[in-house]
Design a protein around this ligand. Structure first.
Ligand code: MEV
Length: 439
């Protein structure tokens, strides 16, 4: 491909022409077809284009619903956006299973967000500490125009601290701020405050007579929120007497509970299993994060860092199997918002929130944790009983049939044919060959 300048200035149509001209064969045809995926409503298309840069078209993902989520006594139908088969099915089954056993109990542990001003400063630390202590209220007051609105909603800056990081990097300090951002995810709010406060901090420090000329120099390195929000935490659990679990995939309730508990303990101690176990949780969480227009990269980054908080990467969920009670709990940091960002701009994010009855950020955290727990329950339940492939392949079959160009009739017959057979690309290809007459 040739390098290009001014690509961002081209219209969408020009970008597609330029790109297709760089390509040949099938790739060229496919790129030329991209407008097929444009939204039929021009206003919506314009808005989607403006979310990002150099946009050519839209990338479709399935939007599904997992009904019957009973969370703290209220029933939700949860919107999920995910491309992987079996995830919505597992969430729905998990929701139904626990609906009949009292549902999910979700509670918020805390909702703090964090931002940092990272800076270099050289001098007597006691002087910096004294300066910080006498000026911290002024620093907060100086950013009042930025916090007023949030203050009115009950949020704002919760604390400002000076962190001495000089044992890690020479002359390195931080101003560490904690925030309550109410129903907003709060990234813009936090970053604007940090940048403004850093300017004020630098200015005031430069004017303070307790410092020598060289101590009046502070080098602000960067100001940014932290996506590590271990104190924006939700805990969700399900619980029932062991015998109420019933016979599961032919297994007695007690055997199931013990095998399930062992599987979760394995994910507590073995990193290779823990990552896959947590991936299963994130299958559910991310699908709701995406459906509601939240930032799945932030959620992912934080969840995995949290899973390693004691120095070893571990399962985010745990089982308590004491006496006759089975209790399964997920504890996960979820810094999400229900106002601002994409939440009202993306038409389907807005629809998702409406389906969830326009929840507060805290309620959304509770719902997401419940879906993560249901997902984890479904995956581990399959793993310790029938194995994962049985259910997985049933849904995967449809993808393979479609991918290999099966006709509607072949799909119908294929579903029957593969009920008791192992699904593989080769097996499906052979089946399609043998049913060519149904094309
Ligand atoms: C697949 O997307 C997720 C699972 O691997 C999760 C797990 O193993 O717990 C099934």
């Amino acid at each position: 491909m040739k390098p290009v300048s001014g690509f961002s200035k081209m219209s969408k149509e020009e970008k597609i022409v330029w790109l297709s001209n760089q390509l040949g064969g099938e790739a060229q045809t496919l790129v030329k077809q991209m407008p097929v995926f444009w939204h039929h409503d021009n206003d919506i298309q314009k808005r989607l284009d403006e979310f990002s840069e150099n946009t050519l078209t839209n990338f479709d993902m399935p939007f599904g619903i997992a009904p019957n989520f009973l969370i703290n006594g209220k029933t939700y139908s949860v919107p999920m956006v995910i491309e992987e088969s079996s995830v919505v099915a597992a969430a729905s089954l998990g929701a139904k299973f626990w609906y009949e056993r009292g549902g999910f109990t979700s509670k918020i542990i805390s909702t703090k967000k964090v931002g940092q001003i990272h800076f270099l400063w050289q001098g007597q630390k006691e002087k910096l500490t004294a300066f910080f202590e006498k000026s911290q209220n002024d620093l907060v007051a100086a950013v009042k125009p930025l916090t007023e609105n949030m203050n009115r909603r009950g949020g704002g800056i919760l604390s400002v601290g000076l962190e001495d990081m000089t044992d890690k990097i020479e002359n390195y300090f931080q101003l560490k701020l904690e925030f309550n951002t109410c129903d907003a995810m709060g990234a813009n709010f936090i970053n604007s405050i940090l940048e403004e406060m850093a300017l004020v901090f630098k200015h005031k420090l430069g004017l303070d007579d307790s410092f020598t000329a060289s101590e009046k120099e502070v080098q602000i390195i960067m100001c940014i929120l932290s996506n590590y929000t271990p104190e924006c935490l939700v805990e969700c659990s399900v619980e029932c007497p062991v015998e109420n679990l019933g016979t599961i995939n032919g297994m007695s309730a007690r055997t199931f509970a013990e095998r399930f508990s062992t599987a979760v303990r394995i994910a507590q101690v073995d990193i290779s299993r823990a990552v896959t176990h947590n991936k299963g949780i994130m299958n559910g969480v991310d699908a709701v994060v995406l459906a509601t227009g939240n930032d799945f990269r932030a959620i992912e980054a934080c969840a995995h860092a949290f899973a390693s908080r004691d120095g070893q990467y571990r399962s985010l969920s745990k089982v308590d199997l004491q006496g006759d009670t089975f209790k399964f709990t997920l504890t996960i940091p979820l810094a999400v918002g229900t106002v601002g960002g994409l939440t009202s701009l993306h038409p389907l994010a807005k629809t998702s929130l409406a389906i969830l009855e326009n929840p507060s950020a805290q309620d959304l955290m509770k719902v997401m944790a419940a879906v993560g727990l249901a997902q984890n329950f479904g995956a581990v339940k399959s793993l310790v009983t029938t194995g994962i492939q049985k259910g997985h392949m049933k849904l995967h079959l449809l993808n393979v049939l479609n991918q290999l160009g099966a006709s509607p009739l072949q799909i119908e017959k294929g579903k029957e044919y593969f009920t008791d057979k192992v699904v593989s690309f080769t097996a499906v290809r052979t089946f399609l060959e043998s049913t060519k007459q149904l094309q």
